[in-house]
Ligand binder design. Structure first.
Ligand code: GLN
Length: 234
């Protein structure tokens, strides 16, 4: 940690922030503060280098053009990201953010695949039609349980053989597919929501990697939201 304050870096919110994904960073900061811990949200603006003094990184989703612009900005800084994963710094990457950390990205209507940042092995290619709607995942991370969220993407990611997905899709029913990746301290998912607001156990899982065991908090509202979304998905 940088001193006693946990610093949560929010990467390029002006490019990568569809469906309120910046809320993931807010949730991380708030859940620390509710426990009496010092935490700070550090916005990383475009054309600003990724800060060295952060303890976690959050990267959101975005439209194709914004996503490719973010990729261009991040490419010269890939070593910093790689180093962060080597140091086991938690990184949450959602949708476009998740795609651009993988190996190759091919987006609908664009001819050539572009090289991703290669933090995990995963190839993103158009699905033929958009996947839009509520989704429910069975997640293997200890203590996290089922995770719900909202997906909207025209490309999907096939992981390399050595990679672990975040979870297997339970809803929509009848779809045999997985979502996301867990690659060391990097967690990728297609789920918006913001996913950490809807799934506080996933937020606490990431936080515990930084601050160790977390004390209980009165988060009835967050728990209620989590339950309500699961119930609505059956
Ligand atoms: N542009 C990407 C796709 O459509 C990611 C979209 C998103 O982040 N919601 O696949």
């Amino acid at each position: 940690m940088s001193g006693s304050t946990v610093r949560v870096g929010l990467v390029y919110p002006e490019l990568l922030g569809t469906y309120g994904d910046r809320g993931n960073a807010v949730v991380l900061v708030d859940r620390l503060r509710w426990r009496g811990l010092d935490a700070e949200l550090v916005e990383v603006a475009v054309r600003t280098p990724l800060p060295e003094q952060v303890d976690m990184l959050v990267i959101g989703g975005g439209e194709d053009a914004a996503q490719l612009a973010a990729l261009d900005e991040l490419r010269p800084q890939v070593e910093r990201l790689r180093h962060a994963v080597e140091r086991e710094m938690p990184i949450l990457a959602v949708c476009a953010g998740f795609q651009l950390l993988g190996s190759t990205i091919s987006l609908a209507g664009r001819r050539d695949p572009v090289e991703g940042l290669g933090l995990y092995e995963g190839h993103t290619a158009p699905t033929g039609s958009r996947w839009v709607g509520e989704a429910l995942l069975d997640v293997g991370l200890e203590g996290v349980g089922p995770v719900s969220g909202f997906e909207n993407h025209g490309a999907s990611t096939t992981l390399g053989p050595g990679e672990q997905p975040l979870g297997r899709i339970r809803r929509p029913a009848g779809e045999d597919r997985t979502d996301g990746v867990v690659h060391g301290s990097l967690v990728g998912t297609y789920l918006h929501g913001p996913v950490l607001a809807r799934n506080p156990a996933l937020a606490d899982h990431l936080l515990a990697r930084v601050v160790g065991e977390l004390g209980p908090i009165d988060d009835d509202l967050a728990a209620h939201l989590h339950r309500a979304r699961l119930d609505s998905l059956g």
